[in-house]
Design a protein around this ligand. Sequence first.
Ligand code: DX5
Ligand code: ZN
Length: 232
Amino acid sequence: MFQPLRVAPSILSADFMNLSADIELVERAGAGFVHVDVMDGHFVPNLTMGVPVVKQLKRCARIPLDVHLMVSNPLEQLPWFIEAGSDILTVHAEALDEGELVEAVDLIRSAGARACVSLKPNTPASALAPVIDRLDMALVMSVEPGFSGQSYIEGSENKVARIVEQARGAGNEGLLIEVDGGISVSTVERVAAAGADVMVCGNAFFKAADPAGELKRICDLGNAARRAAQEA
Ligand code: DX5
Ligand code: ZN
């Protein structure tokens, strides 16, 4: 059955003085998730938001919180973000060794949240191998993590296609693949055709004159590309 794409607007590009209004904008536009970029100034150069903000977001968001942890010590921080109400928790493979990656995924899932592992642009899809059989979602970074508004790195869609095959090989047909960085009307079709299910959009959504209209355009283009690829 055809599964339509989901869009996850990244509140890193929102108006921090009016976050609740921007969450409402995201929900009214028909987004699937609210994407929350947590950066610690160490794993990535930028420093953004943390547990107190996630707690507050949880009080007003009616759609799932998709929390992307760009931190050096995810195992220490996970329990706080779980308690804060994260629905999906993403850790970076580069911040953990293989055993720790398994531990992180199992910790998230045993707490009843959905587990996602993210790969930076230079990290191969094979880094997901230790957890591919039990992951809920994989996040392909299509820019170097740290800042919104960067350009999509050409060829990132190839990693999406490799993960689709890897998941199939591991019997994890339900794995969602999310793409993050530089996604817009210009880039959504190639990642959707490669098999991506969730599009993170920062600037493309929040800096648009008509964010809801833009989200619909992104979905329509992506869904058409996805349908054509599935029928091919
Ligand atoms: C980058 C973040 C992204 C970013 C996306 O490190 O993980 O979520 O905010 O922003 P755009 O869509 O503007 O590239
Ligand atoms: Zn992100």
